[in-house]
Design a protein around this ligand. Structure first.
Ligand code: ATP
Ligand code: MG
Ligand code: FE
Length: 352
């Protein structure tokens, strides 16, 4: 089975071809990503109109490159998948329309993939992994602990009541004057910092329900930064390290609560899986390794470039859905909001 996947929900234009031979493991034949960092850098964040235009400018070339690098013609592809949301509607429309046109022209099925479902299923592309598993999704727009019970079968155990983890990283970076995009910059600055210099809050610690809250932590960083006034490099490094340490503590405590709830409601988990851009953070990855070691839980960490947005995850989710006979009508409309656990198949897709 060969699927072409297209991703355009935010500021990455991506196209990839993934193969799964019958009974075999997934194999990425090509994975092309073009980031729009330069276009948005001047604004310190993603500008929706600029994003949509930038997707249009590169999508055709990028799809061709994904096919070329896979050594395939469009006619060899079994289905075309695109992220149908959630995300910026202008961008989603570019990917969806492109995928529909390719599917129509090649008379192949079209699959609308939930971007969050693609993040959630990536671990099954990189590792042999059975359902159910505990998913920690920490991306730019979402922070959730989810019981992944099957394709299209998700139980949200908890989520953030305010900012997402990636969003908090980005906002802290911005307030400390670090370049856009901020997440990786905070991680780099934190390497040289003292994580104990600032005593920052760990919101939600000890709560039974595995929810997150990050805006108070972000505000605490702002207050410390304002108190210091002009920040030197050491201040920035120490603030980043202290912030990152607080995020790590929060994530581990919330994961512990999530695992407990998983075991109570679903049963034994086959693994803990990390997905989303902040899953690329090595302090978070190290802490999760320790946590899973102590909890006797297998940890599946997809490589960082498959944690951030990419086309392979969309193609893979397409393969998972196509394998179950789940395809979509060309009338499928973009969904700027599309919660993972509302993925009631009958309601959202043409076929159940
Ligand atoms: P969503 O998937 O929720 O729609 P998104 O697609 O924008 O949002 P991703 O591409 O999965 O999110 O992740 C991007 C986010 O990950 C950004 O907020 C970015 O700052 C964060 N991120 C990336 N690398 C790191 C890192 N090394 N440390 C912390 N955060 C990081
Ligand atoms: Mg992105
Ligand atoms: Fe994402």
């Amino acid at each position: 089975m060969l699927v072409l996947g297209i991703e355009t929900t935010c500021d990455e234009t991506a196209a990839a071809v993934v193969r799964r031979p019958p009974g075999g493991a997934g194999e990425i034949l090509s994975n092309e990503v073009m980031s729009q960092i330069a276009e948005h850098a001047a604004y310190g964040g993603v500008v929706p109109e600029i994003a949509a235009r930038a997707h249009i400018e590169v999508i055709d070339r990028l799809v061709q490159r994904a096919l070329d690098n896979a050594g395939l013609k469009l006619s060899a592809i079994d289905a075309v998948a695109a992220a149908g949301g959630p995300g910026l509607v202008g961008g989603v429309l570019v990917g969806l329309t492109t995928a529909k046109a390719l599917a129509l022209a090649s008379r192949k099925p079209f699959i609308a993939v939930n971007h969050l479902e693609a993040h959630a299923l990536t671990a099954r592309l990189t590792d042999e992994l059975e359902f159910p598993y505990l998913l920690l999704l920490v991306s730019g727009g979402h922070t959730q602990l989810v019981a992944v019970k099957g394709v299209g079968d998700y139980l949200r155990l908890g989520s953030t009541v305010d900012d997402a983890v990636g969003e908090a990283f980005d906002k802290v970076a911005k307030m400390l004057g670090l370049p856009y995009p901020g997440g990786p910059q905070v991680e780099i600055a934190a390497l040289k910092g003292d994580p104990t210099r600032f005593d920052l809050p760990r919101p939600m610690l000890g709560r039974a329900k595995p929810d997150f809250s990050l805006s108070g932590l972000k505000t605490a960083v702002r207050i410390e930064a304002e108190r210091l006034g002009a920040l030197n490099q050491t201040d920035v490094a120490d603030l980043c390290a202290s912030f990152q340490a607080a995020v790590v503590d929060t994530i581990i405590d919330r994961s512990r609560a999530g695992l407990r709830l998983f075991r109570e409601t679903v049963g034994q988990s086959n693994a803990m899986v990390v997905a989303g851009g902040a899953g690329a953070n090595s302090a978070i990855r190290r802490a999760l390794m320790r946590f899973c070691g102590e909890s006797g839980l297998r940890l599946v960490l997809p490589p960082p470039h498959l944690c951030t947005d990419n086309g392979a995850m969309i193609a893979w989710a397409g393969i998972e859905r196509l394998s179950l006979g789940l395809t979509d009508d060309l009338t499928f409309a973009a969904k700027p909001r599309w919660p993972l656990d509302s993925n009631s198949e009958a309601a959202h897709h043409g076929k159940a």
